[in-house]
Ligand binder design. Structure first.
Ligand code: NAD
Ligand code: IPM
Ligand code: MN
Length: 364
């Protein structure tokens, strides 16, 4: 049981953006954790629900309005996002406006994605257990192939051309790599891996390799290991226990963290924080998407969103509340009081009930 000292005196405005598909279902449950902290523990949380996503876009064309953007920038301490993506919006324009509007607009350059298995049963690799899977991916979050530079020419003709530029700046690469090394230093981790493709992308990724080696000189106690991303993807499967911190570009981070999700029990268990180190305001989201085939069936695993609330609590200066959520999820999975994707037989709501009861019992 945790000491019941008053927690979090200063008020925190949290924007809740459930979004689309299972995003709305998992955020409904994650909100209960926040409500619980607020009502039962007197935490000073002000929850602000945002009606943004595919429904709203289809109704009146709204994606990410200026007034909301400005209030978030001015007043919010965190944004909790479910997922965006809906088959009725095949071009995903609302999703891009909102998701990239938040990530780029708030300059949240470090997409921090822990890959941690919470139960031996969740690790799909032969001969490996949960202790072998415990790493954090630092994914660059404001540059790369995601910036939308490029275009199409002669679209729909046999001479069609399609280009997406991969934009990498010295500042952007360096600050992300520094964030990874700082994490390692803070947590006493002795090795940082950097994944690039400098053997093929010799301009953009030569920059990554050079900056990685330069930054590494400032951290003499930490081994800096460079790996081409294709090889690193293989090492993650062959022996994940040798990897503790990965720094990488936007696209590779996206791909490697879905591989990571597979190592920890699937996307229903993968959480993330989009941060600008040194600032409070962050965007917190499960790694998974809106999973349209699962939507509305009460089958989505809410634990990725619970663990995401945990990351928010750490960012608010309460790592003990993060650990408490993680322990509650771990126990729920061990007891098979969880959804089918992680070996249980419960629905979204019932698995959330059990986990919140564990949180409550620990808080006393
Ligand atoms: P997805 O993450 O929605 O689903 C991929 C697979 O993981 C599916 O098999 C699904 O069943 C499973 N899964 C995901 N979350 C789960 C959960 N909570 N519980 C149990 N199983 C879960 O990825 P997708 O199918 O590639 O994308 C669907 C839509 O979501 C697309 O529009 C995509 O662009 C969008 N997307 C959005 C975000 C985001 O908003 N951050 C992230 C990823 C994908
Ligand atoms: C993620 C998602 C997004 C990304 C998509 C929806 C654009 O896959 O958050 O991992 O690629 O960043
Ligand atoms: Mn992804």
């Amino acid at each position: 049981m945790l000491a019941s000292a008053p927690i979090m005196a200063s008020s925190k405005l949290i924007a809740l953006l459930p979004g689309d598909g299972i995003g709305t279902e998992v955020i409904t449950q994650a909100r209960r954790v926040l409500d619980f902290y607020r009502e039962k523990r007197g935490m000073n949380l002000d929850l602000w629900s945002l009606d943004l996503g595919a429904d709203r876009y289809l109704k009146d064309g709204t994606t990410y309005p200026k007034e909301i953007r400005e209030r978030i920038e001015r007043e919010a301490s965190a944004v909790l996002l479910g997922a965006l993506g809906d088959p009725r919006v095949p071009g995903l324009e609302h999703a891009r406006d909102i998701l990239f509007g938040l990530r780029f607009g708030l300059d949240l350059y470090a997409n921090v994605r822990p890959v941690k298995a919470l139960d031996d049963r969740l690790v799909p690799l032969k001969g490996r257990t949960a202790k072998d899977v415990d790493m954090v991916v630092f994914r660059e979050n404001t540059e790369g192939i995601y910036v939308g530079m490029g275009g199409q020419f002669k679209r729909g003709t046999p001479d069609e051309i399609a280009i997406n530029e991969d934009l990498n700046t010295r500042k952007g690469v360096e600050r992300l790599i520094v964030a990874g090394f700082e994490h390692a230093r803070k947590h006493g981790i002795g090795v940082v891996h950097m994944a690039d493709k400098s053997n093929a992308m010799r301009h953009a990724h030569e920059l990554w390799l050079r900056v990685f080696r330069e930054v590494a000189k400032d951290y003499p106690g930490i081994e800096a290991v460079h790996a081409y991303v294709d090889a690193l993807a293989m090492y993650m499967i062959q022996d994940p226990s040798v990897i503790q911190v990965i720094v990488t570009c936007n696209l590779f981070g996206d791909i490697l963290t879905d591989i990571g999700a597979a190592l920890q029990g699937g996307l229903g268990m993968a959480c993330s924080a989009n941060l600008h180190p040194g600032r409070l305001l962050g965007l917190f989201e499960p790694v998974h998407g809106s999973a349209p085939p699962l939507a509305g069936k009460d089958v989505a695993n809410p634990f990725a969103s619970f663990l995401t609330v945990g990351l928010m609590m750490s960012q608010f200066g309460h790592p003990e509340l993060d650990a408490l959520i993680e322990d509650s999820v771990r126990e729920s999975v061990a007891a098979k009081e969880c959804t089918r994707d992680v070996g249980g037989a419960l629905g979204t709501r019932a698995s959330a009930d059990g986990c919140i009861a564990r949180v409550a019992a620990k808080l006393g």
